[in-house]
Write a protein that binds this ligand. Structure first.
Ligand code: V47
Ligand code: SF4
Length: 393
């Protein structure tokens, strides 16, 4: 199928690359807005050059979002790092028996954090932490309603499906009942954590004791049915193989077909410091960029693809803007410890809005401040650069 314009140019460019019929077929599907199969995703992972996957992913990214790169002004609250679970990749949690080595914030302490942002133009609070045996559903409903009373304009995005599954089971509520209770208290959306890798065998090896794939998907489905938007993550680059990644993305793509409730897919690069998987090598930057590109191509029904810079590092996140990524998360304000404790180069993750805008402009994209639901707050015109781009640290 020949379509004039950009689509035709992509097909012609692929034709000149001498890449073989299978890749030409994938390119034709992409310009015709047809979905690629699992086998085609595997072919891209195993055999495509980085340049080819980048071109295909970038085509889709520009069709969906033009040159825009989204970010928001947010801060995180991590109520505790005490956790009943023992995920092998986790550098952050402490068992309840060792709770003195960790932190457990009271509601007044967490409200002090919220109040420290009074008068500042943040639009979102992101609440996520360990699964503390004594912080239950009522505790968090109370906390959320206090935030809403204090600052009704702040969007509350909170709790992974892992935290929710534990809270709901303890409260003897179904996922539907629990979500409705949190929604009434003021919860507006959910982050994508806890998904890790859905495959049963791999999940058993890296996080045996927490909610399984079906439970994770069920909670997100119920949140979508209750009218909430959620995100989805995938922890990659450890002991999984490409087929496990495709299986993970396929289950998410299938649920999205049903509910259309996911906003953003976030591949999370495994970091290997200070955890029980320190012997596992981290993925290369080539592998990271390929992961983003294949995700953009395969997850055709996900509006957004996010590079979470505190984990990937700001320079690599900047690079990912040419591999399908259209979202760089937020300013974060040094309010998360998950990745610094796991060995990310971002030891004090905070970026001013100006730094984020510069990072995006250097990649010749247009920075757009968004709210949690991707409504535009402000668009920043690209700056004219006359000298070489200096690295932003
Ligand atoms: O589920 C933990 C990951 C996740 C390590 O939805 C690790 O907008 C790599 O989900 N190496 C929690 N990853 C964070 C999360 C998140 C972050 C930012 C934005 C959003 C969003 C969601 O962190 C966990 C786990 O997959 N994680 N340890 C590690 N060593
Ligand atoms: Fe607990 Fe989350 Fe760490 Fe697993 S990844 S041990 S659920 S804090």
């Amino acid at each position: 199928m020949i379509i004039p314009g950009k689509e035709e140019a992509l097909i012609e460019m692929i034709a000149t690359l001498n890449v073989g019929e299978a890749f030409k077929k994938i390119a034709e599907k992409i310009v015709a807005h047809k979905r690629i199969t699992d086998e085609e995703a595997l072919l891209l992972f195993e055999k495509a050059s980085l340049g080819l996957t980048a071109s295909l992913a970038n085509f889709i990214r520009e069709e969906k979002h033009g040159d825009k790169v989204y970010f928001n002004r947010n801060f995180h609250i991590e109520p505790t790092n005490v956790c009943v679970f023992t995920c092998k990749f986790c550098s952050y949690s402490r068992l309840y028996a060792h709770r003195d080595e960790g932190w457990q914030l009271s509601i007044p302490q967490m409200m002090d954090i919220v109040k420290s942002y009074d008068g500042k133009p943040v639009t979102e609070v992101h609440i996520v932490g360990g699964v503390h045996p004594k912080m239950d559903l009522n505790y968090f409903c109370d906390f959320i309603s206090q935030i809403k009373q204090h600052r009704p304009d702040l969007h509350i995005k909170g709790f992974t499906a892992v935290e929710l599954d534990y809270m709901f089971r303890k409260a003897k509520l179904t996922a539907k009942e629990g979500i409705n209770k949190l929604k009434e208290a003021g919860l507006q959306s959910m982050p994508g954590g806890g998904a890790e890798i859905f495959d049963t065998e791999i999940r058993k090896q890296i996080s045996a004791d927490k909610v399984d794939a079906e439970g994770w998907l069920k909670i997100h489905e119920e949140a979508h049915l209750a009218g909430m938007h959620t995100n989805a993550t995938m922890l990659y680059g450890h002991i999984e193989n490409y087929s496990h990644r495709i299986d993970h993305m396929s289950r998410l793509r299938n649920l999205q077909d049903k509910t259309h409730g996911f906003n953003t897919f976030i591949p999370l690069k495994f970091r290997n410091q200070n955890n029980d998987m320190s012997h596992v090598h981290e993925s290369s930057i080539v592998e990271d960029m390929k992961m983003y590109a294949v995700a953009r191509i395969y997850m055709d029904n996900f509006p957004h693809l996010k590079a979470y810079w505190p984990m990937l590092g700001r320079q690599n996140a900047q690079l990912s803007l040419s591999f399908g990524v259209d979202d760089m998360d937020g300013t974060i304000d040094d309010s998360t410890k998950i990745y610094s404790m796991a060995g990310s180069e971002e030891q004090t993750p905070t970026m001013s809005t100006e730094q984020l805008v510069t990072l995006i402009s250097q990649a010749k994209r247009v920075a757009v401040e968004r709210d949690t639901l991707y409504n535009v707050v402000k668009s920043y015109a690209a700056k004219e650069e006359t000298t070489f781009d200096a690295a932003l640290n």
